[in-house]
Design a protein around this ligand. Sequence first.
Ligand SMILES: Cc1ncc(COP(=O)(O)O)c(C=O)c1O
Length: 397
Amino acid sequence: MDISIRAHQAPASPIRRLIPFAEEAAKKGKKIYYLNIGQPDIPTPSVYFEYAEAYKPKVVAYTHSAGLLELREAFTRYYERFGVRVSSSEIIVTNGGSEAVLFAMAVVADPGDEILVLEPFYANYAGFAAQLGIKLVPVRTYPEDGYAVPEKRAFIEKIGPRTKAIIFSNPCNPTGAVYDEKQLETIADVALEKDLCIISDEVYREFTFDGYKALSMMTFDKVINRTIVVDSISKRYSACGARIGTFLTKNREFYQASLKFAQARLCPSMTSQYATIGLLGLDDNYTEQIKREYEQRRDAVYEELKKIDGAVFKKPHGAFYVSVKLPIDNAETFVKFMLSEFEVDGKTTMVAPLDGFYATPNAGLNEIRIAYVLDQDKLRDAVRILALGLKAYSEKR
Ligand SMILES: Cc1ncc(COP(=O)(O)O)c(C=O)c1O
């Protein structure tokens, strides 16, 4: 008996695949700075727990497959703050942004179809595409120009008869790029000209620095009917384990199709949905404060990275990641070395190799992604250890 071709072909998460090496190192007593995964250390606001505790239904029941109406209404008020006007019947509450990505891809493309993706991209897009038998076709972005959206031409030359959509995250995981209006217009124009759908992943919406702003694709009227927005509370409220996201669309056909997928999985956690209503009541002061914290962390990482000879990177303007090209042969081997063979005072640093964030074969082999999800002192120490590890690794080769 064999497993399916799809199961064979599904990629392991580049963020999680080296965890066994970290577990082994931790077992030996090594302290590890985990900069490989976007799991913030910021406490989840207490209102989440207060709402969860206050919620005492007789039965923890299934909710509507689109999510609790009260929660969807709270989301509509939240989106209004960003100029996004959606009604509760244009929102499906999902099990994290992850499920919204899965639904969006499944709604717009069939097995064998293609979806263009700005590369490097959030690695799990490849996992979802593999589950659905969809081919991700990369449209490359480059560190030299801050991973900006390329010219229209770069998209057009990748479009074939089976291309159905364009997917990207803005602010971008893993590059930290924030696309400006002109760049988003390019995507909108390509979608219009080539009759494509747009899947805009906006889970890092609030995390923008240096005056940059992440515009929602839902504010571009000309593509409003061909757009699906993916969203999540995971990062915004440091509530990754709450597993609450949203699928937004004004397109009724997309919505109804996605609702069928939602019905098949019944509903997201009732308690978590209720507690999220509390989170959505937090005002801009909360997000401003978190944003400042990430900006300071970004600056700390940036300053320490600048001290590394041969490291190529640009200051990221959003999300909480930075992609860095290192003077090494292979980032995965380097990460394994950091975990298995290197330590400074019993400590080491774990980052994610960037190759899994590319669909282009052999791309990103000497690049890493750093998630700046720890406090500034820890981050500085972690990057210093990374720099020392880099030296030791290079001397060994
Ligand atoms: C760009 C992007 N989209 C979606 C997700 C999925 O997040 P979740 O399923 O926790 O909402 C992540 C998580 O890291 C992400 O970085």
